[in-house]
Design a protein around this ligand. Sequence first.
Ligand code: KG4
Ligand code: ZN
Length: 337
Amino acid sequence: MRILGIETSCDETGVAVYDAKSGLLANRLHSQVAMHQAYGGVVPELASRDHVRRLLPLVREALAEARSDRDSLDGIAYTAGPGLIGALIVGAGFAKSLSFAWGKPAIGVHHLEGHLLAPLLEPDPPGFPFLALIVSGGHTQLVDVAGLGRYRILGESLDDAAGEAFDKTAKLLGLPYPGGAALATLAERGRSGRFEFPRPMLDRPGLDFSFSGLKTAVRVALRGRAATDEMRADVARDFEDAVVDTLSEKCRRALRSTGHRRLVVAGGVGANRRLRGKLRAVAHESGAEAFFPRLEFCTDNGAMIALAGCMRLAAGAAAPLAARASWPLGDGATTGV
Ligand code: KG4
Ligand code: ZN
């Protein structure tokens, strides 16, 4: 079974070909980051238009790289949501047109299902069941994953997502959008412990998160001060420590309460080096093993959508879903396996 995967939920156009037997055959990505940087964030209209421009050339390149053509494909998977509705409609419309023209099934995929399956693209993939921590620009969720389409949300952010907190704090520190990775680089030069930032929600039971207060604490710490480079690096370090501590402690609790022996980490913030190290240690202490996608598959990509589409088609749970901006993981349309 061979699937073409298309990701257009935000500001990356991702196209990939995944084969159930041979694995990933091609992976192409165009990032719009440079285009949106001037605006300090993603401009939805510009994102949609750029997906229109990029999709066809990327599909041609991916099919050539995979030495595949329409006849060798078994389906076209695309991100149906959640995300920017205009951007999603471009990908969904494009995928459905190919599906119609080529006579192959169109497979709508939940973006977060793509993220949480991304570690299965690695050479030593985790089996089901597992605990998943999804930490992206739009979502922070702990998910009990019993199998494909069998998702139970254990906890989630009540306000900002972890990546959003990284990006907003990076902006306060004068770093360009999206600042998560730049903030992490700045934090490398900082010392821990100069600022006492909160570890939100750790004093409460449950597995929910809250990151907006942390960003406010950074704003207060910077207010009225001429921040030197050293101070900015120390703020970055203490902010990163606070996020990493909070995510790690909740993972520890979730591993304990579920008894899972595998922790899967996915989404853009999963590229954070300090977070990866800490979660590895937490998993080890809990008698579990941690699994991460390679760095390029932490952030948005077509490979994870092709893989998810392939698994869905193989399980007989593929449907040509309409694009939808908001879509909780675990509702009927995601399950159905
Ligand atoms: O999963 P993703 O590509 O997009 C969404 O689906 O949201 O995640 C992007 C997020 C951004 O907020 C970005 O700043 C953050 O991931 N990010 C990082 C790092 N690399 C990317 N955050 C912290 N440390 C990093 N190294
Ligand atoms: Zn994403």
